[in-house]
Design a protein around this ligand. Structure first.
Ligand code: NI
Length: 174
């Protein structure tokens, strides 16, 4: 089911998401949440989506970096539940967009290389080493779980201009 993406300045995006219980992951409800998140992300289209972006305050993300400019290159769906950084190295500046902040691109300073531990869609623990785009996407989605947005890195002036444009309907929100 296609879900509506929560957009800035909705205060929901500022909430901190809660960890998911292992038993919950096996429930039908949770599995359909994951399906809906993928469908919503693919339709947008986007390469990552955190549950808070569809109004669910749980530490869950879906990712698929197999898309370039809206075209599917090769699907590589990933689910990461309760992610935690175990290693963070180097730094990189990445021009990031966000499905919750339409028409905005912000250069973000990120760790270039990270390791993350979490649970997969079957509640199995795993760890993942990531660099560049994958590392950036993971940091972006984990930020969502902590109520942070790319807009936080803009100057006060640019932020209020953007908010103004959104509120005056100058930015089309689907
Ligand atoms: Ni985002």
């Amino acid at each position: 089911m296609l879900l509506e993406i929560v957009k800035f300045p909705d205060p929901l995006l500022r909430q901190v998401s809660q960890s998911v219980e292992v038993e919950e992951i096996h429930s039908k409800e949770f599995q359909s949440l994951l399906e809906n998140m993928f469908e919503t992300m693919y339709t947008a289209p986007g390469i990552g989506l955190a549950a808070v972006q569809i109004g669910v305050l749980k530490r869950v993300m879906v990712l698929d970096l197999g898309i370039e400019e809206g075209e599917v290159i090769e699907r590589e769906p990933r689910v990461i539940i309760n992610p935690q950084f175990t290693q963070q190295e180097g730094s990189i500046i990445w021009e990031e967009g966000c499905l919750s902040c339409p028409e905005l691109v912000v250069p973000m300073k990120r760790f270039q290389k990270i390791s993350v531990e979490g649970l997969d869609q079957e509640a199995k623990p795993f760890s993942l080493q990531a660099e560049d785009l994958l590392a950036v996407a993971l940091q972006h989605e984990i930020d969502h779980m902590d109520g942070k947005l790319i807009i936080d890195q803009l100057s006060h002036l640019k932020r209020s201009r953007y908010k103004d444009k959104i509120q005056k309907g100058k930015i089309a929100i689907r």
